[in-house]
Design a protein around this ligand. Structure first.
Ligand code: TYD
Length: 140
């Protein structure tokens, strides 16, 4: 996995140990992620009509996991668009820097876990799509 690559998005499959007691999925930053985890946050109690995201990050990388329930993630790297239906807690969606994301269609009691490469920093956000397009084009 290329670290810090702008415009990258891909599905990561995490190892799962299954036995009669249930499934155990694990993530080791040094093995399964292209970054060290600096922050963990989760979205929960999200109304089904909510749209989340609606921004990109200049440097931050994240992995988004549907710990419970499902939701849809729409992505745009400035030239390509893709949509992922997230419903498998063994799979995470890796988002490199400079990816515009929108999250929608949260089912009742769904939980979206996010592993992030940096602490929260509002300066790292691009919340205006035109500005994002401009900066993404400059990187190409
Ligand atoms: P935002 O990133 O816009 O939410 P989302 O992308 O999920 O729709 O963040 C919403 C608010 O929460 C905003 O005021 C910033 C704040 N926030 C933090 O204080 N720390 C964090 O780690 C995150 C992700 C957000």
């Amino acid at each position: 996995l290329a670290t810090g690559n702008s415009g990258v998005f891909e599905i990561l499959d995490f190892p799962t140990i299954e036995d009669s007691r249930g499934d155990l999925t694990f993530i080791e930053a040094s093995t399964h992620l292209p970054f060290r985890i600096a922050r963990v946050y989760f979205l929960h109690n999200v109304p089904s009509a909510s749209d989340r995201g609606g921004h990109a990050h200049r440097a931050l990388q994240q992995v988004i996991l549907p710990l419970a329930g499902s939701f849809t993630v729409d992505l745009d790297d400035g030239s390509q668009r893709a949509s992922f239906s997230m419903n498998n807690p063994r799979q995470g969606l890796l988002l490199g820097s400079m990816v515009w994301r929108e999250l929608r269609g949260f089912t009742k009691n769904s939980i979206c876990l996010v592993l992030a490469s940096q602490p929260y920093d509002e300066e790292d956000y691009i919340r205006d799509y035109q500005q994002f397009s401009l900066e993404a084009r400059r990187l190409r």
